[in-house]
Design a protein around this ligand. Structure first.
Ligand code: PLP
Length: 354
């Protein structure tokens, strides 16, 4: 079986798991006051070339929802892509943890919102008008849910609109490493230098077992976050187990190496699939996700051979307007990870070449 349904179908990398085992022995202070967590915090400050406030959590949904709660009052409006993870895949956690802020989903092809769209949307909710939710934040995903990337300029333009209207900017970086390696930029350039205030820095999908960081660049924004995390049940008592994962993940560029490998495997798949009859890729594959529209016959050959992918939304608003998935076709997402082998990709390609 070759499982490419997502990058969380694999376990932790050896480097992270070894660090967890090592951190298992001995006594350590609890609730994140341990030296592994302190080390991870210092490493993240280095990674971002900025003073940061860091909070480790076990889930990305927790990271996103609590980060948005730090940016928005209950009467706030949070702008996001209408098919974003925060809107579609978190069971209302952002709404719950903000105590009822309104997520405003914006359309946009390729999984991206634009600065212009954001500006127009903000205009619908006038400041100080009591009957309207008050624009408070914008959330973008990098890598997007369509496997595409915002360019640094696109992020900066969104950041500029946000700043002008006093919105906080959140970046859902569940695949942060894949994005930063693909863009060949620094983490600083992709975040605070482009106007991002808080990052959900994902690590689970790219080598950890269960570890994400919420990273703030302005300590004032982080002021109550410790209470939010505890109150929501996201403060891990043996906090060293998160700290050990994150510090091992960052050590010796392990996180970047993992992401580079995953991205290369996706590029290999794209290359191979482009030679398959009837297969088309509606979105540019810019990191470690490949979305393919394929004949049902091809999909059956893959499935029968044990290849797993994730069936995707056939009516996605992110698809180019002319794109229609035929009744004899499927729309699948393949995601590569740090563990994906070149031979596995080659096998998928060979099967798809019918
Ligand atoms: C996986 C993912 C998350 C985090 O999800 P959890 O399952 O809660 O860890 C957040 N955003 C995006 C875009 C994701 O793909």
């Amino acid at each position: 079986m070759i499982n490419l349904a997502s990058d969380n179908v694999v376990g932790a990398s050896k480097q992270v798991l070894d660090a967890l085992i090592a951190a298992n022995s001995g006594a350590e202070a609890a609730y994140g006051s341990d030296h592994y967590t302190a080390e991870a915090e210092a490493m993240l400050a280095d990674v971002f070339e900025h003073d940061v406030k860091v909070f480790l959590l076990a889930t990305g949904t927790g990271a996103n929802a609590l980060a948005l709660a730090a940016l928005s009052p209950p009467w706030g409006a949070i702008f996001c892509h209408e098919e974003s993870h925060v809107a579609d895949d978190e069971c209302g956690a952002p709404e719950m943890f903000t105590d009822g802020a309104k997520l405003i989903g914006l359309p946009g092809v390729n999984g991206k919102i634009t600065a212009d769209r954001l500006e127009t949307a903000i205009g619908r909710y006038p400041k100080g008008v009591v009957k309207a939710v008050q624009p408070a934040a914008v959330s973008i995903s990098q890598v997007t849910e369509s496997g595409t990337l915002y360019s640094l300029e696109e992020i900066a333009r969104i950041g500029e609109v946000a700043r002008r209207h006093e919105l906080g900017v959140h970046l859902d970086g569940a695949r942060f490493a894949n994005a930063v390696t693909a863009l060949q930029c620094s983490p600083a350039e992709m975040t605070w230098k482009a106007g991002v205030d808080v990052v959900s820095f994902g690590a689970t999908k790219n080598g950890c077992l269960a570890c994400e960081a919420v990273v703030f660049f302005d300590p004032a924004r982080a002021e109550h976050f410790g209470f939010r995390r505890k109150r929501s049940g996201h403060t891990v008592s043996k906090g060293r187990l998160l700290g050990a994962q994150m510090s091992a993940y960052l050590r010796n560029n392990h996180w970047l190496d993992n992401a580079r490998h995953a991205n290369a495997m996706a590029a290999r798949l794209v290359q191979g699939l482009s030679g398959s009859t009837g297969v088309r890729l509606p979105w540019p594959s810019q990191a470690n996700e490949v979305f393919a529209i394929m004949p049902k016959a091809t999909a059956k050959i893959l499935a029968d051979a044990g290849v797993r992918a994730a069936p995707w939304y056939e009516l996605s608003v992110s698809l180019p307007p002319h794109e229609k998935i035929g009744s004899d076709e499927v729309f699948w997402r393949f995601v590569t990870s740090f563990e994906t082998k070149a031979e596995q990709i080659d096998e998928v390609i060979a099967l798809a070449k019918v």
